[in-house]
Design a protein around this ligand. Structure first.
Ligand SMILES: Cc1ncc(C[n+]2csc(CCOP(=O)(O)OP(=O)(O)O)c2C)c(N)n1
Ligand SMILES: [Mg+2]
Length: 289
């Protein structure tokens, strides 16, 4: 489905919120840098386009860079900041896990099971959740209206995709046809190591080894394109009950995390090149025409 004008405006507002939070944390690093955090800066378009497809019956496994995705699902900046500052009133974990490590069982929002801080480690539980959904359907323990079937969204970075455990999860999903979407946000960085230092191919070529896993690669900075693709993909998984991997190419515009600053490991030209692909600027221009 194409994004309506209302959806484009909604995405733009959320994008402004995510960008502002990121800028605020940077401006107040005297407070915020005490708490480890990463932000979505550069990844907002694909994250929002994905979040807007999810329904309360779905299960989401975001990763630490997914703050725009959480805003898109309906969490407020205040919710996110309570966790950022490790407050006891943090809804997700009572301040026990760091920023953008959500867990939620709210009836009106997608379900987010608690997860480890070890990167990529959401992939096996996410795949297990999809296996559980399939089991309940096969055993006729549940019945859904067409188009209301739950799906699992598993979000991860390009670096995490190279981990061994991820391969195990993809094997099972492809072999047994689980209703899961793997969203790989490829910013070409694995902390300070560039893609050229840590992997031999990008996600789509890697995924060819997992027969039965449908794969699509998109420009993760173009909200309208992301929305159309994610709406089609999520709908496909909802109705066909089989796995999909979406590879979204994105720039990383902020630090890896508050503790690993971009200027320590990224050449100036590389940062400047990424700046030209800012999803915020792109959507702003598209809305003005
Ligand atoms: C199992 C594990 N290995 C390594 C780390 C250290 N680590 C934290 S984030 C990260 C980079 C992951 O890069 P990517 O998945 O591409 O996500 P990005 O930060 O680029 O969005 C690494 C290696 C970790 N936390 N857990
Ligand atoms: Mg990366």
């Amino acid at each position: 489905m194409k994004a309506s004008k209302e959806t484009l405006l909604q995405a733009y507002r959320l994008m402004c919120t995510a960008k502002t939070l990121s800028e605020l944390y940077e401006a107040r690093k005297d407070i915020c840098a005490k708490y480890v955090h990463a932000t979505s800066r550069g990844h907002e378009a694909i994250q929002l386009a994905t979040a807007l497809q999810l329904k309360p019956q779905d299960f989401a496994f975001p990763y630490y860079r997914d703050d725009a995705m959480l805003l898109g699902m309906g969490f407020s900046p205040y919710d996110l900041m309570l966790q950022l500052m490790a407050k006891g009133t943090d809804y997700f974990s009572g301040g026990r896990t760091y920023y953008s490590h959500p867990s939620s069982n709210r009836p009106d929002l997608p379900k987010i099971p608690h997860q480890s801080s070890a990167t990529g480690m959401q992939t096996i539980p996410a795949t297990g959740t999809a296996q559980g959904l399939q089991y309940k359907e096969q055993q006729k323990l549940v019945q859904y209206k067409r188009g209301e079937e739950p799906v699992v969204l598993c979000s991860l970075g390009d670096g995490a995709l190279t981990e061994g455990e991820i391969s195990e999860a993809l094997q099972m999903a492809a072999l047994h046809n689980y209703p899961i979407i793997y969203l790989v946000q490829d910013n070409e960085w694995d902390i300070s190591a560039h893609a050229s230092e840590v992997r031999n191919q990008d996600a789509p070529d890697y995924a060819k080894g997992f027969k039965g896993l449908k794969v699509e690669s998109i420009d993760g900075t173009d909200f309208a394109e992301c929305y159309e693709t994610m709406s089609r993909v999520v709908n496909y998984v909802r109705t066909h009950r089989s796995p999909y991997l979406v590879h979204a190419k994105v720039p990383l515009l902020n630090h890896h995390t508050s503790g690993v600053r971009k200027e320590w490991y990224r050449p100036k030209e590389n940062l400047e090149r990424d700046q030209l692909r800012d999803p915020y600027t792109k959507l702003n221009k598209q809305l003005l025409v």
